[in-house]
Design a protein around this ligand. Structure first.
Ligand code: NAD
Length: 472
């Protein structure tokens, strides 16, 4: 088995060398910013804070709109870089850049109309709220959809008047650095900086006392570290972290359609999506037909329509360790489950049967193309198992019964619930993740609130005197 062959993120590195996970070839090398550069970037962002905060919101929106257009012009270049660094299939990578452009455009429009409220006080007073930027915002982003995720945070942070330091993932620093180069010229000096580096650089930034806010999209373990560090500096934190999303399948749905949904949820982007389906509870009434169809879906992907590689050898090792543990504890592999020969970090679409909550494949996030299945005797049993666990990002149910759908919506302790479609949803849908999946709004119009502070203002009537000392 190949282990850690592509990227070593151990402490003390001065450079990041990125290898293409499809074939191991070198994509490039970038410097790692150290503690001093982190401190200097925060000083620069802090110095630019007041002027950017005082810039008219309409002007900030205009700058962001121009920046979005520049990203659109470089969409193919960014998508190619993303594919080379992380193995994300090119069409998906391009879709991610396009989604990022759309998000930048949305925030360019929403920013200038984001506003406070007028309050009802006494007739002879004015009472209202104003919103202000938080100040210096540090954005710590992941590799699995690097442009779309970063663009959302960047757009919302910048248009609300924050100065920003973005640290993209150490697994795709070229994509992040290039995005920064394209965006930065559209803003005044000091308003946007991009630093490349790994967890050490992220940790150095979280120790800086002049940072007002951290926005982290990434793993739950990292999110918890950031929240602890920010508790010492007083910075505001939002965390959009990992998930272990369940899929409950009722006995009245078409098992072939359910298998297609499950396969899409488990295997898209080789399972490296925060809201991927991570564990399946299928009703015994349709289990045999469902399993046969799901196994066929996985086999088709392994023969006719191969998945892209995992992001690197380290990730493949982690995924395979979870699969091996499940097999040791009694699961069987109906399809996949073995590390293939050859270069790159490929892993097959895998279907595991006989899974249970003794296995980490059912209780932890698995960032790989694995569909672990547990057969349940009733919808209620599936729902109870699905609602358990430490994560609360999203949850799925396939059912023909409206009552079961409503019960699932109420039972899932998750920010997002999807009924009869494992992906999809209206634009602007933003939720607060629960449990170890994070806290705060990481998307949608509410993200503008996260990057803002509200001030309540009460203006009373003054008492004045004329030149002779008389009250008018
Ligand atoms: P990660 O947490 O390892 O890395 C994300 C960012 O945090 C990177 O820039 C990294 O360098 C930085 N970082 C690492 N250690 C740090 C520290 N101690 N202090 C400050 N910053 C630090 O996550 P990842 O592996 O890049 O991404 C995959 C994870 O992200 C998965 O768990 C996935 O579910 C999650 N994710 C969640 C969402 C969501 O919206 N909930 C979206 C995409 C990805």
């Amino acid at each position: 088995m190949t282990t850690s062959a592509y990227i070593d993120t151990t402490a003390g590195q001065s450079e990041l060398t990125i290898h293409d996970p499809a074939d191991g070839s070198v994509v490039g090398t970038l410097p790692v910013a150290g503690r001093d550069e982190a401190a200097a970037a925060v000083r620069t962002a802090a110095a630019a804070r007041a002027a950017w905060a005082a810039t008219d919101p309409a002007a900030r929106g205009k700058a962001l709109r121009a920046a979005a257009a520049a990203v659109a012009e470089h969409a193919e270049e960014l998508a190619r870089l993303n594919t080379r660094e992380t193995g994300k299939p090119y069409a998906d990578a391009l879709g991610g850049v396009e989604a990022g452009v759309a998000t930048l455009e949305q925030y360019a429009e929403l920013g200038p109309v984001h506003r406070g409220r007028s309050l009802r006080g006494s007739m002879l007073a004015a009472d209202y709220t104003v919103i202000e930027p938080r100040g210096v915002a540090v954005l710590l982003t992941p590799w699995n959809d690097p442009v779309a995720v970063a663009a959302g945070l960047l757009g919302a942070a910048l248009v609300t008047g924050n100065t920003v330091i973005h640290k993209p993932s150490e697994r795709c620093p070229h994509t992040g650095a290039r995005l920064g180069e394209i965006l930065a010229p559209h803003f005044p000096d000091g308003v946007l900086a991009t630093l490349t580096g790994g967890p050490d650089l992220g940790a150095a930034l979280t120790a800086e006392t002049d940072v007002d806010m951290f926005a982290h999209v990434g793993s739950s373990a990292t999110g918890a570290r950031i929240a602890r560090a920010a508790a010492l500096t007083g910075a505001h934190v939002i965390r959009e972290n990992g998930g272990n999303d369940p899929l409950v399948i009722d006995d009245d749905v078409d098992p072939v359609w359910a298998a297609q949904q499950a396969a899409l949820g488990c295997f898209a982007n080789s399972g490296q999506i925060c809201t991927a389906v991570e564990r399946i509870y299928v009703h015994r009434g349709i289990a045999d037909d469902f399993i046969a169809a799901l196994t066929a879906e996985a086999r088709r992907r392994n023969t006719e329509d191969p998945l892209g590689p995992l992001v690197d050898g380290r990730m493949r090792t982690l995924v395979h360790e979870q699969v091996e543990e499940a097999l040791r504890l009694g699961a069987t592999a109906a399809e996949g489950g073995a590390v293939p020969e050859g270069p790159g970090a490929h892993y097959p679409a895998t279907v595991l049967l006989g899974c249970s909550d003794r296995m980490s494949i059912m209780t932890e996030e698995t960032f790989g193309p694995v569909a672990p299945v547990q057969v349940v005797d009733s919808f209620e049993e599936g729902l109870a198992l699905a609602a358990a666990g430490r994560y609360g990002l999203a949850a799925n149910v396939l059912t023909g019964r409206i009552e079961h759908a409503h019960r699932a919506v109420a039972a899932f302790k998750a920010g997002t619930v999807k009924v009869n479609a494992v992906f999809g949803g209206a634009p602007g849908g933003a939720a607060q993740p629960r449990g170890e999946s994070g806290s705060g709004f990481g998307y949608g119009p509410e993200l503008l609130d996260e990057f803002s502070l509200v001030k309540v203002v009460h203006v009373g009537l003054p008492q004045t005197r004329d030149a002779a000392g008389n009250r008018p």
